[in-house]
Design a protein around this ligand. Structure first.
Ligand code: SAM
Length: 293
């Protein structure tokens, strides 16, 4: 218990506006950290930085930084075939994807079709699989993939299936990403190997947001074991002088496996009309810890 009692937490000012750049809803997504990361990258003096997310999900922060030209390149890695297909399809076929966003019906029959495509998980048709993932992400309750549609199967709820699906706005986000596609690399490897590849690279900033230790399994693909968490920490032990940050839910286990590094709590402060403060752990490489000091 005592391990959680330490210095006052790092205060990080959340930027809610940044959440509006990624087309995906990600429960607990980290778009709000974009400005904080942008400032860290600046203070580290990395020019034309490559921003890498080995556990990408919605890549909220990365998309915001790229759109604001605060980073030059973006590397999106996710091992979930549906998430990977989504990013690959958006980057390679932004126009076709945007057309699907605008023209696909929003009703329970179509929801069933998309669910079927998602369940089949045929990666060779990554446009169809990526779109099915996106469709369910935008029409399901809380964006949770194994939940039902907003409003229920009988659409009797107050909010309906289209409540989080603004066609024009989402198509616009897709198109904007398409315009930046020459600066985006999409891969699907194990996150620890991507962290190993980039975390020591002086021209990269790597943000590592692995599945939580105590995650509800239904938010996203989560077969991450204690051993996986420990292996990732070991990979980072080899590059203490790289430019990287890891975030986690507060846990003594995580504090132990990152004992060689700077581990602190941080508090995300939302602007006046947003709710609450979330407290999490932030682990920083040596150069990052120096600029945070
Ligand atoms: C916490 S989420 C990342 C959220 C993201 N930072 C955002 O702001 O939206 C973790 C992601 O890691 C992916 N994932 C799980 N295990 C992985 C692994 N071994 N390698 C790479 N990605 C993995 C999941 O598919 C999920 O999208």
């Amino acid at each position: 218990m005592t391990a959680l009692v330490m210095d006052s937490p790092l205060q990080v000012r959340a930027s809610g506006r940044n959440a509006a750049f990624s087309p995906l809803r990600y429960p607990g997504g980290k778009a709000a950290l974009a400005n904080f990361f942008g400032d860290v990258i600046e203070r580290l003096g990395i020019s034309n930085a490559r921003y890498v997310e080995p556990y990408a999900g919605g890549v909220g922060a990365g998309i915001a930084l790229l759109r604001q030209d605060r980073v030059q390149e973006l590397v999106i890695n996710d091992i979930d075939p549906a998430v990977h297909s989504f990013w690959r399809a958006v980057v390679e076929y932004p126009d076709k994807f945007a057309d699907l966003v605008v023209n696909t019906p929003l009703n329970v029959d179509e929801w069933r079709n998309q669910k079927h495509v998602y369940r089949e998980a045929n990666e060779s048709n990554y446009l169809a699989l990526g779109f099915a993932f996106f469709y369910l992400n935008r029409t399901n309750r809380s964006g949770i993939l194994n939940a039902g549609p907003i409003g229920g199967m009988d659409q009797s709820g107050n909010y309906k299936i289209d409540a989080r699906y603004n066609r024009q706005q989402l198509a616009e986000r897709i198109s904007r990403i398409g315009e930046l596609s020459s600066r985006i690399t999409v891969i699907s490897l194990d996150g620890a190997s991507v962290a190993r590849q980039y975390a020591g690279d002086p021209s990269s900033f790597t943000y590592i947001d692995p599945p939580y230790v105590e995650a509800g399994g239904s938010l996203y693909l989560n077969s991450f074991t204690y051993r996986d968490h420990a292996q990732l920490a070991k990979s980072l032990d080899r590059c203490p002088d790289g430019n990287w940050i890891v975030t986690y839910d507060p846990s003594d286990f995580i504090r132990r496996i990152y004992a060689k590094h700077d581990v602190r709590e941080y508090e995300l402060n939302y602007s006046a009309n947003r709710t609450g403060k979330a407290r999490e752990l932030l682990i920083a490489s040596r150069p990052v810890a120096r600029v945070l000091a």
